[in-house]
Design a protein around this ligand. Structure first.
Ligand code: AMP
Ligand code: GLY
Length: 430
């Protein structure tokens, strides 16, 4: 098969790495890719948001199957355009990608179909929002109030406001378009949920849902889960909190009802459904949906996947996931994100990275590139999150030791990472 992967991050490197290993894959392209992806795929200089150019390329190069990594092009309709051109694609239609593209859409779906999530209301008007915050501020006393921009905001559209005043100020900023542009012209205001977070993934073919293994990531930039939120500073799988019984409950109460709901709403979901979950005292609740693999969760999932990824992605697109089975390594996979100084606010680009070969030579380690480019044989940082140093081992301790042994081989003055990835899994014990 001739395959095209769309995207340029660590997630896409991991997807390309897994797809390139498939006996079904004859030629692999990635648009636009990065310096690491170049080692397993042919990179083509087409931006992931340039839908017409992507469709043209897929047609011209007789691509059999397109795998879309990020949410942006999915929400913009890339899967619909490829399907219209007769090209098979992994990733939901724009209508189904609303599960990520509009937080209000998802909250309303949860309400209509009794899917457990935080209590909420939607607003486009500051006066009505203010009245709700003041009323709920009393009902949810001593709890922060959560304010969310409805649309895509690169993972930054969520404000956890410690007081009603701060929630009102955040809402005003969003509605005025100052903080998130058009993505903030509608907001969701919701109840704060307490508990441990987990990332849950299922392949969905429109009708059937096949659960993958769960993972946990670290959203905050600093050790001890401090500092601003990021796209994710590290991840590991399995997640000890996600027991088989809990996973079954998530499938029954959250994933399958959503799959049925999307079909009932005339927008069947095909692709990977990524549920951000809060494991509360009263059971698992949905924080948000994403319509794509998590980044960096995908990197640890791909390390643990024993089966060939490509047939699973094709079965998802073909509506053939019933009776489909995937095998996983029992070991722990763990990834440490190395980011450029200044991330997440203002990452500095262009610093040189050395020692990647030595890092990749550590037992059980694969280094995925998240934001790099090649310049005269040198590898340069080219984004916020730059490398995902990923290790697999029989125990969490050993996976962590290997990952940091590899990190320590990397000679990069302009980069940093957290030193405590998987602290929760270690605290949970063997
Ligand atoms: P999201 O972009 O929706 O995943 O939100 C980013 C982060 O904000 C989540 O990973 C949670 O840590 C936090 N968060 C979002 N909604 C809530 C909520 N209702 N209660 C508590 N924390 C939340
Ligand atoms: N790591 C969380 C995400 O991909 O949104």
């Amino acid at each position: 098969m001739r395959i095209l992967v769309v995207g340029s991050g660590g997630r896409e490197h991991a997807l390309c790495w897994a797809i390139a290993a498939s006996p079904l894959c004859e030629t692999l392209y990635c648009a636009p890719g990065n310096a690491g992806i170049e080692e397993v795929a042919q990179c083509v200089a087409i931006g992931q948001e340039d839908l017409p150019a992507l469709v043209d390329f897929a047609r011209r190069e007789r691509i059999d199957f397109v795998v879309v990594g990020p949410e942006g092009p999915l929400v913009a309709g890339l899967a619909d355009q490829l399907t219209a051109a007769g090209i098979k694609v992994f990733g939901p239609s724009a209508a189904a990608a609303r599960l990520e593209g509009s937080k209000g859409f998802t909250k309303d779906l949860c309400r209509k179909y009794a899917i457990p999530t935080a209590a909420y209301e939607r607003f486009t008007d500051i006066a009505a929002a203010t009245a709700y915050i003041q009323r709920q501020g009393n009902a949810w006393k001593d709890q922060p109030i959560v304010v969310k921009a409805d649309g895509l905001a690169a993972g930054k559209g969520v404000i956890i406001a410690p007081s009603a005043e701060e929630a009102i100020a955040a809402t005003r900023d969003m509605l005025s378009g100052n903080s998130f542009g058009a993505a903030g012209s509608s907001v969701v205001i919701e109840e704060f949920m307490q508990g441990e977070e987990a990332s849950f993934f299922a392949l969905v073919d429109g009708v059937h849902a096949l659960p993958l293994v769960a993972a946990q990531d670290h959203k905050r930039v600093g050790d001890g889960d401090t500092g601003p939120n990021t796209g994710g500073m590290g991840a590991y799988s399995p997640a000890p909190c996600m027991t088989p019984a809990l996973a079954e409950r998530v499938m029954d109460e959250i994933i399958r009802p959503t799959v049925r709901a999307m079909t009932a709403e005339g927008a069947p979901f095909r692709g990977v459904l990524f549920a951000g979950l809060m494991l509360t005292a009263s059971g698992p609740k949905l924080i948000e949906y994403n319509c794509r693999f998590g980044d960096p969760e995908c990197q640890v999932l791909m390390m643990r996947l024993k089966s060939d990824l490509l047939p699973a992605l094709i079965a998802t697109a073909d509506g053939a996931l019933d009776h489909f089975d995937l095998r996983w390594h029992a070991e722990t996979a763990l990834t440490v994100v190395m980011a450029a100084e200044g991330y997440p606010e203002a990452p500095k680009k262009g610093s040189e990275i050395r020692g990647l070969e030595a890092a990749g030579a550590v037992e059980g380690v694969t280094v995925f590139h998240a934001g790099t480019r090649r310049d005269n044989g040198r590898i340069l940082a080219n984004g916020g999150r730059v490398l995902n140093v990923t290790a697999m081992a029989p125990t969490v301790e050993e996976a962590r030791r290997r990952a940091y042994a590899a990190v320590d081989q990397i000679d990069w003055l302009g980069g940093f990472c957290r030193r405590d990835i998987a602290w929760r899994a270690l605290a949970a014990g063997p």
